[in-house]
Design a protein around this ligand. Structure first.
Ligand code: PLP
Length: 383
């Protein structure tokens, strides 16, 4: 069996259409999009057409889309702006956010003395909406921002954006959602969602690395992140990476064109994977799913986070053992693989004994097949 890539929450393979499009742009559209001559104007057209395409695919206006270098930058920028530019004095978030949010919020707390509150979680790791409302309803000085991710990158729990956005509106709070794991993988209509800011990253939806999106609802004005030019409304100076942006727009376009078909394929694979895991190891636990006598399979359709009923001495070597067989999966989030620290997300939902056991994040894409799942199960049995 060739190498098997089952780590699509970490990054994805670039679609061939995207590579073709980027190659064309790189070879023919090398002008600086800020130049006024024909080379520059032509590059600018690509940039602005890409912005339009991206905006229309997620129900936004072109003027609400900013290009950044990645999801991490988008999250850092918007959280910092919320405190510096919008006078936010309190951030409500959760302990299972990606570190791009969590560490930024903690840095802002120590730099600006803002208050930070963490929403209690349900037993499976989902946000407890009732507790969120309780915190929102507390008396506070100054503005509040709620920052909660849409789809958790480790356990696949899904936030109800509509519900949280409406709660935020009711309590006059701003709402930011890290949608890095959901943009390009499910329908998002920002025209109808009560959300102020979202973030995305092209390499999570089969686009290039090094380019991301920050959506800022039209009535909000940010201060510059970088100074030095008029790019991105003067808010983020620096010559635009036209080929990256063009690749991102192409990737998003194709992802949404093929969404129904690819989601169906991936969901079927996920169902198959869960069945095979249960058959091979009846004691498995699906982290992130609710347990009502049996697991509910309601986490995001491309991801399974499974705790294997193996002895704890296998925990440290399991990823290595699979890697030796050509299989790429992840333990916790990608940034932590290779480190011995347990995932900060699993640490919030598992007890001390379970956290020592091997948990794997297996994340799928439309490129995966049943044969690959069979191979994974076979190799897991041999561990
Ligand atoms: N937010 C989430 C939920 C993620 O999964 C990731 C990537 O792992 C990021 C943010 C960071 O995105 P990027 O790799 O583009 O910096």
């Amino acid at each position: 069996m060739e190498k098997v890539y089952l780590d699509n929450a970490s990054t994805t393979r670039i679609r061939p259409e995207v590579i073709t499009h980027m190659t064309e742009v790189m070879s023919q559209e090398f002008g600086n999009a800020s130049s006024t001559h024909s080379f520059g104007r032509s590059a600018k057209v690509i940039l602005e057409t890409s912005r339009k395409t991206i905006a229309s695919l997620i129900g936004a206006k072109s003027s609400e889309i900013l290009f950044t270098s990645c999801g991490t930058e988008s999250n850092n920028w918007v959280l910092r702006s919320a405190v510096k530019d919008f006078g936010v004095k309190r951030i409500i978030t959760s302990k299972i956010e990606h570190h791009a949010v969590l560490y930024t919020v903690l840095a802002l707390q120590s730099e600006y003395g803002i208050s930070v509150e963490f929403v209690p979680l349900e037993i499976n790791g989902a946000i407890n909406y009732h507790e969120l409302e309780n915190i929102l309803s507390e008396e506070t000085q100054g503005k509040t921002l709620v920052s909660l991710m849409h789809v958790n990158n480790e356990i696949g729990t899904i936030l109800d954006l509509e519900k949280v956005g409406t709660l935020c509106q009711n309590y006059n709070a701003l709402f930011h959602s890290d949608t890095v794991q959901s943009v390009g993988k499910m329908e998002i209509n920002l025209a109808e969602l009560p959300v102020d800011f979202i973030t995305a990253s092209a390499h999570k939806f089969h686009g290039p690395k090094g380019v991301g999106i920050l959506f800022v609802k039209k009535n909000h004005v940010l201060q510059p992140l970088l100074f030095g030019g008029e790019q991105e409304k003067g808010w983020r100076a620096g010559t635009e990476a036209v080929h990256q942006v063009a690749g991102m727009a192409k990737a998003l376009e194709v992802s949404y064109q093929k969404l129904a078909e690819e989601r169906n394929h991936i969901q079927n694979l996920k169902n198959y994977l869960r069945e095979q895991l249960l058959e091979a190891f009846p004691e498995v636990v699906f982290n992130g799913e609710q347990f009502n006598g049996s697991f509910t399979n309601e986490t995001f359709y491309n991801l399974v986070n499974v705790m294997l009923p193996f002895s704890t001495d296998k925990t440290s070597m399991i990823l290595f053992a699979l890697d030796m067989k050509g299989i790429a999966v992840s333990r916790g989030s990608a940034c932590q693989s290779g480190s011995v620290r347990p995932s900060h997300v699993l640490a919030e939902i598992l007890n001390l004994e379970d956290i020592q056991k091997p948990s794997l994040r297996i994340s799928l894409s439309h490129y995966n097949t049943k044969e690959e799942i069979d191979y994974l199960i076979e190799m897991l049995k041999a561990v």
